[in-house]
Design a protein around this ligand. Structure first.
Ligand code: NAD
Ligand code: MG
Length: 341
């Protein structure tokens, strides 16, 4: 068996008795569309225990052109991203915890949501109303683990909504232990002259203000042992010319998190950052990159491919869990061999 043939789970085992959305989410996942299904991979979880070359574990460029309207849907991507639908296996590391994840419908946030549920946590996700179909796939996956799933659509550019989001999550979950500020806006532009005040404002509102508003609203509900995780980017350290104000906000998130970690340690609350490299998510084809860069996405990393969201899931789990008790104010990278941290 070639190493990467083991990825695709048996479709027959997966789709029986499932609602259509979930069946579509996990039966077509993408990765190995043309590869032979391997019954030995079972539900797919076994696939991640097999030793193999990481560079050939997931799809490599070139990818086809696939423009989408912002905010984009994971369900429309080709290949479909792997968020861990069939491959992430939990080990009870977050039993009884309650998590709120912004941008939990797709991409890295969806991978965190699935992993948290498989580790035993109840999960609330926020997303935009246009992403309802992606969000419902995540809800079904969380429910399937026997965990509580709370879907809270709404636009986090609005301070009042950010407060309502936290209150709803706390009420529905019965508390809050883990906050993942993960939603973002990324719009490429060749020149500062092409960046409107509206675009600059949206990027700052979604990436920085919302993190500030949501964190502030969440704090009264967080007790010792709680964990805040903010998704920044490698663009903090190596800002591309095309991502001027986005990179600025991502760098701001790191400084915010490091200072907040110092403020909150007396309360026993940890704050950490994940700074991903290129990951295969709807953020990119929906305006985050020029289409030609989507087609070669990840090519310029030593790995030669983009990361799949599931490849970050263990980092979000680690930072949420008590196991990483000495980590606060830290930045965790996963960039396929490039960059920082
Ligand atoms: P994604 O498109 O799947 O997730 C981003 C989410 O942000 C969307 O699903 C959407 O629900 C949410 N969002 C955007 N605007 C919103 C608004 N106004 N109100 C509410 N929700 C809103 O893409 P992703 O790549 O998984 O992004 C997750 C995080 O990862 C982001 O912070 C992004 O900056 C970061 N990141 C991604 C990459 C990458 O290559 N994909 C690299 C570095 C960092
Ligand atoms: Mg989305």
């Amino acid at each position: 068996m070639a190493a990467d043939e083991s990825f695709n789970p048996s479709r027959r085992q997966l789709v029986g008795g499932m609602a259509t959305g979930l069946a579509a989410a996990i039966a077509a996942p993408a990765m190995a569309q043309s590869r032979t299904a391997d019954p030995a991979a079972g539900d797919g979880g076994g696939a991640l225990t097999i030793r193999r070359h990481p560079a050939s574990q997931y799809p490599r460029p070139p990818f086809e052109s696939q423009p989408q309207e912002w905010p984009g849907l994971a369900s429309k991507m080709n290949p479909r991203p792997d968020h861990g639908e069939t491959s992430y296996k939990g080990a009870g590391r977050l039993i009884g915890r309650k998590a709120l994840i912004t941008g939990g419908d797709s991409g890295i946030g969806r991978a965190a949501a699935i992993a948290y549920a498989r580790e035993g946590a109840d999960v609330a996700i926020n997303y935009l109303p246009a992403e309802e179909s992606d969000a419902q796939e995540v809800v079904e996956l969380i429910l399937r683990e026997g965990r509580k799933a709370v879907a809270i659509p709404g636009d986090i550019r609005d301070e009042a909504f950010c407060g309502e989001l936290v209150e709803t999550a706390v009420r529905e979950l019965g508390g809050l232990d883990i906050l993942v500020n993960n939603a973002a806006y990324q719009r490429w532009a060749r020149s500062i002259a092409d960046i409107s005040t509206e675009q600059f404002d949206d990027t700052c509102k979604i990436n920085l203000y919302a993190m500030f508003w949501i964190t502030k609203a969440a704090l009264p509900h967080l007790a010792e042992g709680a964990s805040i995780i903010n998704t920044s980017s490698q663009t903090t350290y190596d800002p591309p010319a095309l991502l001027l104000e986005y990179s600025m906000t991502k760098a701001g998130m790191v400084a915010f998190s490091k200072a907040l970690a110092k403020q909150l340690i007396d309360q026993g609350i940890r704050v950490n950052v994940v700074a991903p490299g290129p990951f295969w998510t709807p953020l990119q084809p929906s305006g985050g990159q020029p289409q030609e860069s989507v087609q070669t996405f990840g090519e310029d990393t030593p790995m030669g491919r983009p990361g799949q969201p599931v490849e970050l899931a263990p980092v979000y789990v680690l930072l949420a869990s008590q196991e990483s008790s000495y980590a606060t104010g830290q930045v965790y990278g996963a960039s396929g061999g490039n960059g920082h941290p």
